[in-house]
Design a protein around this ligand. Structure first.
Ligand SMILES: *Cc1c(COP(=O)(O)O)cnc(C)c1O
Length: 434
């Protein structure tokens, strides 16, 4: 037994063979690290330039209450964020309760009765299905209840968008008002979409229907590549501030960004058709939101390094991983095929025990409402449910894959993953080290 890099001091018992595999892994993933650091450097400059060009000052951090009229710090933050997201305009508010809420406001903001929303990345993320009205919850006020139709085209077997069948749907159904794209894999095993692929999709869509609104669920994708979907033809994006763009500092919130006419009508759905974005007090959250946005490119880089390390270590231990250690990434999610439920449970319990908060909790699989198999979740985060902080989730079913994401800093992320591997070893589950 040895410790992780502690100069003689032992903080965690990690098997020498795992420490050795970790060193090999870090040599192997050098190309990934170079790319991640390069992107973080460029994106950090982009964000810094946005702060400077918009003249962010200490006076932006003042708190407003009540209606929040004339909160200049709030309005300026939205300008800064729009620049960082390659967009004309943005709404960035703590009043968005989560990413699903921001996506919901955007969908209800721009769609009208009789319109069709066409999702071309297969079935959308679980929580969006209730918003659309796919899942059965009668009269919940879903898009369906308001006469907005939903269509989808499935992904091809390799996980890419079936452009041909998407274009056929667009041609044959003139009620399609919105083409909806989910950038991240969510909790599926398909690859996430790169902005280059989004570019190709947007060109194809425009060639058939120049007027259609292209909206991207941008969750987990922010600052992973050098540009964002609106630089590639998307009209509207939305996401969560307890993921990438909050930098692990924003305590809650979400955003909608894109074409200014669309952002404006979304602002009427966020508050009221009369008041729009003029209302919305900041209650003292502005400073944290500025700080989080400023740190986000770096923090996303740390999360990506943690993901690449996890991929490298677990592929050396003989597990299937996606993406591969040195593969180009388009979001911060890493899946590892752990092959059986004991391994999933040991991995998630290990992640929990290596977290800075709630390390003493022992996660167990449970019957989560809306899922047909048991789910186990590990999250020891400063912000409840934050998944830019290291967290892992797994449904206990074939192919026994865990989805891991986040990591505010690589040193802690790497340590936590070694602790998870050690827990699997202690339980006799690592065949490669038997
Ligand atoms: C996380 C996520 C959402 C929803 O965000 P919440 O903040 O959990 O509501 C939507 N789509 C995708 C792809 C996500 O990863």
């Amino acid at each position: 037994m040895n410790s992780v890099n502690t100069n003689g001091r032992k903080f965690f018992d990690i098997d020498d063979r795992l420490t050795e595999l970790a060193e090999q892994t870090e040599r192997e993933i050098k190309p990934a690290f170079e790319r991640i650091e390069h992107n973080a450097f460029i994106n950090q400059q982009k964000v810094l330039a946005a702060f400077i060009n918009n003249g962010v000052g200490e006076n932006c951090f003042t708190s407003s209450t009540g209606y929040g009229y004339g909160d200049a710090g709030r309005d300026k933050l939205e300008r800064v964020f729009a620049d960082a997201m390659d967009c004309e305009d943005a709404l960035l508010r703590h009043n968005f309760m989560c990413g699903t809420h921001a996506l919901t406001v955007a969908l209800f903001g721009v769609l009208r009765p009789g319109d069709t929303m066409l999702c071309i990345t297969g079935m959308p993320y679980d929580t969006i299905q209730s918003v659309i009205g796919i899942s059965k919850s009668p009269a919940s006020g879903s898009l369906k209840d308001f006469g907005i139709r939903f269509e989808k085209t499935d992904l091809l077997p390799d996980g890419s968008v079936d452009i041909e069948s998407a274009m056929n749907s667009l041609r044959s159904d003139s009620s399609v008002r919105m083409v909806y794209i989910q950038r991240s894999r969510g909790y599926s095993l398909r690859p996430s979409l790169t902005v280059e692929q989004i570019d190709d999709i947007c060109r194809a869509v425009r060639s058939v229907r120049p007027d259609v609104i292209i909206m991207v669920d941008n969750c987990y994708g922010e600052f992973v590549q050098l540009t964002e979907p609106c630089a590639h033809g998307a009209d509207l994006i939305a996401g969560s501030l307890i993921k990438n763009p909050g930098g692990g500092i924003a305590p809650t919130g979400g955003y909608i960004a894109g074409r200014s006419d669309l952002v404006e009508i979304c602002s009427y759905r966020l508050s009221t058709p009369g008041t729009g974005r003029e209302v919305g007090c900041t209650l003292g959250h502005s400073r944290e939101m500025y700080m989080g946005l400023f740190s986000a490119p770096h923090v996303v880089g740390e999360a990506l390094k943690t993901a690449a390390f996890c991929a490298g270590l677990f592929s050396r231990l003989g597990y299937g991983v996606t993406p591969l250690p040195n593969e180009n990434r388009a979001d911060i999610i890493q899946s590892v095929m752990l092959r059986d439920s004991e391994s999933l449970i040991a991995f998630c319990q290990g992640i929990q025990s290596g977290s800075p908060v709630d390390s003493m909790a022992l996660p167990e699989p449970w019957d989560m409402p809306g899922y047909d198999s048991k789910i186990i979740m590990a999250s020891g985060s400063f912000t409840l449910g934050s998944s830019i902080e290291l967290s892992a989730d797994a449904p206990l079913r074939e192919p026994y894959a865990v989805w891991m994401q986040g990591g505010l800093n690589y040193a802690a992320g790497k340590t936590c993953i070694l602790i998870a591997a050690q827990r699997m070893l202690d339980k006799g589950l690592l065949d490669a080290l038997k």
